[in-house]
Unconditional design. Structure first.
Length: 115
C-alpha cells in the first residue's frame, strides 16, 4: 500500500466525524455557526495555498528538489510546474471562495437577525 492510499483512507474515515461536528455546531448556534465554518474553511484554504510548494513527506529526494528550485527555476520548468498545479489550485480557489461566501452569509445573517 502506498502512502497516498493510506492518507486517503485516513481522510475519508475522518470526513464523517468532521461533518457531524460541523452539523452539530451549525444546528446549535445557527447562522453564526455557518459563518465560523466558512471562516475556518477560508483560513485553511489560504494556508494550503500559501504553503503549496511544501510537502508533508520530507524525503531526501524532496529536499534535493526543493534546494534545486530555490536556486532559481528556468521559465520552462516554472511553466511546467504551474501546469501540473493548476487544477489543484483551482479547486483550492473554489473552496476559498466558498468559505468566504459562507462567512459573509453566516455573519451577515446573524447580524441581520440580531438587529
Amino acid at each position: 500500500m502506498s502512502a497516498r492510499s493510506v492518507l486517503n483512507a485516513v481522510a475519508l474515515s475522518g470526513f464523517p466525524v468532521v461533518s457531524i461536528v460541523v452539523f452539530v455546531t451549525v444546528a446549535y448556534v445557527g447562522l453564526i455557526g455557518v459563518g465560523v465554518v466558512g471562516l475556518l474553511m477560508w483560513v485553511i484554504c489560504n494556508l494550503i495555498e500559501i504553503d503549496a510548494p511544501a510537502s508533508v513527506l520530507h524525503t531526501a529526494d524532496f529536499l534535493a528538489r526543493r534546494e534545486q528550485l530555490r536556486a532559481g527555476p528556468r521559465a520552462e520548468e516554472h511553466a511546467a510546474c504551474m501546469a501540473n498545479r493548476l487544477p489543484w489550485l483551482q479547486s483550492i480557489r473554489f473552496y476559498r471562495y466558498l468559505g468566504a461566501g459562507l462567512s459573509v452569509f453566516g455573519i451577515g445573517g446573524f447580524a441581520l437577525f440580531q438587529i
